[in-house]
Ligand binder design. Structure first.
Ligand code: GDP
Length: 297
């Protein structure tokens, strides 16, 4: 599971400081040094770590902590609040259009988990928001992707809109939204094509899909296992498309968690959901506060 070694290290540091009735400036410095190392080892972006540590130091060495009655607890609270803030603060909700259908575009590199996540997210929204989704097979370059989405649609008993692999994804997306209106599907999930690397042709095509469907949400699906690469990918997709959220997949794997902790700070885009397995119900809304608590134990 993600964050195990980060959590282990931080919890050790925290144990040392928790019971302290008196915390000196040197104690705080020692602790922030250990937090810094733990975060860098967890593959959190260097600059993100630096800023975070500065904020923790400022607050912990300031009056807020040293003069408190429970300084040890207080330091931990500061670390917890700063980690929560780093990951986006409040939990962000899916933005549903007041004028249905809501259009959600899923973008990302090949293998990140886009197609699977399209199914998972549709399942989540149907359960949580009582919505009636239409899945759209827009990944025409990976022949298996259309079939994969159709299979997911069957498993979920959910309609899948496909025009095969001969039409352009822009046409498919446009027709799909029209079809959703006709059939009273109130939310449309567009699975788009991915490539192995960020590439200009792909971005252009995604921009066109964006301009014809005017999506309410553009979610980037990234593989948490790729660490800092995930953050770089998020930055380039965000520059081209203006993402509204990130979905981190494979958080059930052996990831160090750096991506989860850096994406918001580097790109300004919040993580909205996390994937925790291959099954269709293995998707959760992302709660920064809960995640911070989990890391700090
Ligand atoms: P796409 O190329 O981006 O559409 O990727 P796919 O949806 O085909 O997913 C690639 C692989 O990742 C598949 O084997 C999925 O089952 C797997 N996968 C997707 N999300 C998760 C996740 O959250 N956890 C795990 N363990 N595997 C996942």
């Amino acid at each position: 599971m993600a964050f195990e070694s980060l959590a282990d290290r931080l919890q050790e540091t925290i144990k040392k400081i928790r019971g302290k009735g008196k915390v000196s400036e040197a104690d705080v410095k020692q602790m922030t040094r250990e937090v810094r190392l733990a975060l860098l080892e967890a593959d959190v972006n260097f600059k993100v770590v630096k800023d975070l540590i500065n904020r923790i130091k400022e607050r912990a060495i300031g009056q807020e902590v040293l003069k408190s009655l429970t300084p040890g607890q207080q330091v931990i609270k500061v670390v917890q609040e700063e980690l929560t803030e780093l990951m986006g603060g409040e939990q962000s909700k899916i933005n549903l259009s007041p004028k249905p259908p809501t259009v959600v575009m899923l973008v990302g590199l090949q293998g990140a988990g886009k197609t699977t996540t399209t199914g998972k997210l549709a399942n989540f929204v149907r359960k949580q928001h009582n919505k009636c989704p239409l899945l759209v097979a827009g990944d025409v370059y990976r022949p298996a992707a259309i079939k994969q989405l159709e299979t997911l649609g069957q498993q979920l008993t959910m309609p899948v809109f496909s025009m095969g692999d001969k039409e352009s994804p822009v046409t498919i997306a446009k027709e799909a939204v029209a079809k959703a209106k006709e059939d009273h599907n109130d939310i449309v999930f567009i699975d788009t094509a991915g490539r192995l690397h960020v590439d200009e042709n792909l971005m252009e095509e995604l921009e066109q899909i964006k301009s014809v469907t005017k999506p309410d949400e553009i979610f980037l699906v990234v593989d948490a296992m790729t660490g800092q690469d995930a953050v770089n990918v998020a930055e380039s997709f965000n520059e081209h498309l203006g993402l509204t959220g990130v979905i981190l997949t494979k958080l059930d794997g052996d990831t160090r968690g750096g991506a989860a902790l850096s994406v918001k700070a580097v790109t300004g885009t919040p993580i909205k959901f996390v994937g925790l397995g291959e099954k269709l119900d293995a998707l959760e809304a992302f709660h920064p506060e809960r995640m911070a608590s989990r890391i700090l134990g």
